[in-house]
Design a protein around this ligand. Sequence first.
Ligand SMILES: *Cc1c(COP(=O)(O)O)cnc(C)c1O
Length: 367
Amino acid sequence: MTVQPRPAILSIDPYVGGESKIPGVNRIIKLSSNEGAFGPPPAAIEAITRAAREAHRYPDGNARALREAIGARFGLDPARIICGNGSDELITLLCTAYAGEGTEVIMSAYGFMMYDISGRASGAQVLKVPEVPAEGGGMKADIDGILATAGARTRIVFLTNPNNPTGTLLPSSEVARLRAGLRDDILLVLDSAYAEYVTAPGYDPGEALVDAAGNTIMLRTFSKIFGLGGMRVGWGYATPAIIDALNRVRGPFNVASASQAAAVAALAEPGWVETCVAHNTAWRGRVAAALAAAGHAVWPSETNFLLVDFGSPEGAGQADARLKSRGLIVRGMAGYGLPGCLRITIGTAEECQMVIDAIGAASPAHG
Ligand SMILES: *Cc1c(COP(=O)(O)O)cnc(C)c1O
C-alpha cells in the first residue's frame, strides 16, 4: 500500500498559473499573470546582485529592515507587519492558524484561487458565494450573500479588493459593512494585491479597517506594481494578536535575504509607483476603449488587467487564437468559471498596442 495524503488534499485542484510558452512562436509576450509592465526596479536588481555575495548567510528571520521600510512608506507600525514568501504564503499560514478540520472558509465565487487551495489544504470546507452584477458592468462580491453564508463554523472570510480576476472594486464602505456584520471571531482577510493601481477616490486598502475594527488582516505584495513576482515577497498588516499567531506557524527564515533586500530597494526607487500608475491608468483606458469599440464587453477595472467577456467559450477561444498568433499570451478563465472571458494584463505601450491590433478596433471613430 502506498502512502496516502489526508483526503482533503486530494480534493484540491492544483493551481494552474498563466501560460508562458506558445509552440513555434519565438517572441512571447506574457500578459497572463498581472506582473508589472516594466520589469524589476533598477535599484532592486542591484540589491539582488549585492545580496548574492552574502548568500551563504541565513536571512534575517524577522525581516526587520524590510518591515521598517514598509512601515515608513505606508505609515504603519513595523511590529504589526509580517512578511511572507509572497502573500500566497501568508494565505496558507492564515488557514493553518485559523481554519482547519471542522471549520468553514468563505470566499467570493470569482475570488483568488489560492484561498480555495489553502483552505482545503487546512482541512476546512471552502464555501463560494455567488457574485452579483456590478454597477457599470461585470460582477462583484455579494456582501449580503457572504453575511448570510457565514455560520457557526465560519472562521475566515477572504475578500480581494479590487478583485482578481474580475478587476472590480467594492466601495470601502461596503467592506466596512462586511466587517461590521461578521461575528468578532471571524477573521476578515482583505487582500489588496492591486491597491497601488486604484485611482477611484476614497479607497482604503485596509489599514483604516484593521485599525478601526480589529479581527482583520490586510495583505499586500511586491509581485505586482513593484515588479518582484519572482522574488516572492508579500506582507500583512494586522492586530498584534494576529501577527503573533502567524509568527508562530511560519518558517523561521521564510523570506530569502536577496528578496528582502530587493523589496527594500524597490520601495526606495524614486518615482516608481507614480510612473507605473500613470502608465497603467492611461493604457488600461486605451485598451478598454479599443476592445469595447470592437464590440467586446470589458469589465470595469481598478487593477493592472482587464477582464474581457467574449460572450461564449468559442468567442474567447477565437480571440485567444488571434492573440496567440502574434505571440501574446493572456489568461483563460475557464478554471475560474468564466469560460467566455479572457484576462489581459496591461503591459508596455508596445504590448498594449499589439493587443489592440489583434482584437480591438483601431479607433472608435473608424469602428
Ligand atoms: C497576485 C496576487 C497575489 C500575490 O501573490 P504573491 O504570493 O505575493 O505573489 C495575492 N492575491 C491576489 C488576489 C493576487 O492576484
